[in-house]
Design a protein around this ligand. Structure first.
Ligand SMILES: [Zn+2]
Length: 214
């Protein structure tokens, strides 16, 4: 997918600052991706470079859900839930990847929402717009985690594709930690579609994940 040659870094680490939140004071780290110029972020808490598995969330930007309180999806609740879990443990990392709308961009996501209002589900809408059902790319996770010496993660996700993607990159996903979110009248069909068509796991139990098993 990327035009960047294999021997060149995909992104540069730039700088960091303290980021107080309602739950803990994180350190916010900034990266810039070479291929796109996009600015990606990592929120870090505690000593994550000591070799022990790290509680981690790979969160893709969702401006409507993360910032505008949209109830169409579960992104804002998952972002808040992940940060709260990291704060409760006092140790962890959240990667914030700027791949809005499962990779299709903000305006196209709004086009997709419009199609959903005409009866399409979230997967059908993306396909009608000429996109893949899920256009996200997780290759940036590897250099971002390497920046902090993280090789083993306890990944907070309901998405087996994300576990597969990280595993293929050589990141050791030693455990899946489910992120349960509140269903509502607006996101119920969306969550059902993610489970039925994209394989998302809504099982509340924490499960050990073996390489390649999901
Ligand atoms: Zn969302």
């Amino acid at each position: 997918m990327s035009a960047t040659p294999a021997n060149e870094p995909l992104l540069d680490y730039v700088t960091s600052c303290a980021l107080p939140t309602p739950w803990a004071q994180f350190t916010l780290h900034a990266f810039v991706e070479h291929a796109t110029g996009k600015e990606h972020l990592a929120m870090v808490l505690g000593d994550i470079g000591n070799g022990e598995p790290v509680l981690a969330r790979v969160h893709s930007e969702c401006l409507t859900g993360d910032v505008l309180f949209s109830q169409r999806c579960d992104c804002g609740a998952q972002l808040e839930g992940a940060l709260k879990k990291i704060a409760a443990e006092g140790r962890g990392i959240l990667l914030y990847l700027r791949q809005e709308g499962r990779g299709i961009g903000l305006v196209n996501k709004i086009r997709a929402y419009r199609l959903q209002e005409a009866g399409a589900d979230t997967v059908e809408a993306n396909l009608q717009l000429g996109f893949h059902a899920d256009a996200r790319n997780y290759e940036l996770c590897k250099p971002m985690l390497e920046q902090f010496g993280v090789r083993k993660v306890r990944l907070m996700t309901n998405n087996p594709r994300k576990i597969d993607a990280l595993t293929r990159l050589g990141i050791d996903v030693v455990e899946r930690v489910p992120l349960l979110v509140n269903r509502n009248a607006f996101n119920n069909n969306y969550l059902n579609t993610k489970a039925a068509k994209l394989g998302h796991m809504m099982n509340p139990l924490t499960e050990a994940v073996e390489d390649g098993q999901l």
